[in-house]
Write a protein that binds this ligand. Structure first.
Ligand SMILES: *Cc1c(COP(=O)(O)O)cnc(C)c1O
Length: 364
């Protein structure tokens, strides 16, 4: 059996470090925020090259609070991509703002900057690129457009911890960057978690205030806030794992290179790494015709696989009220019908990759 991700293998390797960090949280009862979360905020901000970070209880909460910190209000519009996890669009809707989708670049799978300008209206406040699968969006043209129109850029970096765009780590390139510590992400907690990073000291103050019930000083609630605090246990676990992230991302890139080499002659398209990018392969997605049959072929060989994502957000029933239709974003819709994610995790072996590739070729 080849799993899609293997969190057991990772824990077995880190057991002494993790167990010691957890014991410290238990000994101090630092269950909510506390020293482990503060240490993670410092370390993660430094790792990303950002001045500040605020730990929150999920990547979705990170997006929600980043949008609020950027001043998004009901009725405002946020330009983003339909080829993402629903959380990107849901966070916009939580505020009563409107996600405005534009089509992706079929090479990078990220928002195509060429489509953004036509979608800007006088209600647009934010552009929210998603670094899908661990590949950075093309940030320079996005920042240029945002600058010209007075918009903020918020990065959904939930799949791209440590990825680089022209040498700079994602998350700190726009005004705010949002990460998820969902267990299966490149940097995952032992439960839910997320973080917002920024270079703006006022914005990090706003995020920290909003995550803790909108308090300014104990008992003084100045704004409608949320219970979005990061737990001490999650801060401790992610703090330990952050020290291994570079090595894990290096292994993911090596696995991706081997997959692409072995699949060079297969009847499927392998992912492209953009010239500007250091990809971190949260997901290694090939493109196939007849996906159902190919997936069955893999499953018959005890190989797990996934689809990220089978239906773009503009075609999800929950977002039908936005008024989009099939055919609106042809690149996103075609990608959603063809992408197939193969097993990808740092502990994957070359033999396992060879097994996956020969089973895939047979299934094709
Ligand atoms: C995982 C993910 C999120 C949401 O993160 P949670 O921690 O699960 O709330 C948001 N955006 C993208 C692109 C994601 O992959």
């Amino acid at each position: 059996m080849i799993p899609f991700v293997d969190l057991q293998a990772q824990y077995q390797k880190l057991k002494p470090e993790i167990d010691a960090a957890l014991a410290e949280v238990l000994a101090n009862s630092s269950f909510i925020l506390g020293p482990q979360v503060a240490a993670l905020e410092n370390d993660f901000a430094a790792y990303c090259g950002a001045a500040h970070a605020a730990g929150v209880n999920s990547g979705t909460s990170a997006l929600h609070l980043a949008l609020l910190a950027a001043g998004v209000e009901p009725g405002d519009e946020v330009i983003t991509t339909p080829m993402t996890f629903v959380a990107t669009a849901a966070a916009i809707c939580y505020i009563g703002a409107k996600p405005v989708f534009v089509d992706l670049d079929p090479k990078s799978y990220c928002i195509d900057p060429k489509n953004i300008e036509a979608a800007i209206t006088n209600r647009t406040k934010v552009i929210m690129p998603v670094h899908l699968y661990g590949q950075p969006a093309d940030m320079d043209p996005i920042l240029e457009i945002a600058g010209r129109h007075g918009l903020s850029v918020i990065e959904d970096a939930a799949q791209a911890h440590g990825a680089r765009y022209k040498g700079r780590r994602v998350g700190a390139i726009g005004k705010l960057g949002c990460f998820s510590f969902y267990p299966g992400k490149n940097l995952g907690a032992y439960g839910e978690g997320g973080i917002v990073i920024t270079n703006d000291s006022e914005m990090v103050h706003t995020v920290k205030m909003l995550r803790d019930w909108g308090q300014e000083g104990k008992g003084n609630h100045v704004r409608l806030g949320y219970n979005y605090r990061l737990e001490g246990i999650q801060g401790a676990v992610v703090g330990v794992k952050l020290k291994h992230l570079e090595e894990w991302n290096r292994l993911r890139r090596a696995h991706a290179a081997l997959y692409s080499e072995l699949l060079a002659d297969a009847a499927c398209a392998t992912p492209e790494v953009m010239d500007y990018a250091e990809h971190v392969f949260h997901v290694y997605a090939v493109r196939v015709q007849q996906r159902e049959e190919v997936m069955q072929g893999l499953q018959q060989n005890d190989i797990a696989c996934g689809v990220h994502y089978p239906k773009p957000v503009h075609l999800q029933p929950a977002f039908a009220y936005l008024g989009y239709h099939a055919g609106d974003f042809p690149h996103a819709e075609k990608a959603a019908s063809e992408v197939l994610s193969l097993p990808m995790f740092p502990e994957l072996t070359s033999e396992q990759i060879e097994t996956v590739c020969s089973a895939l070729k047979k299934a094709l």
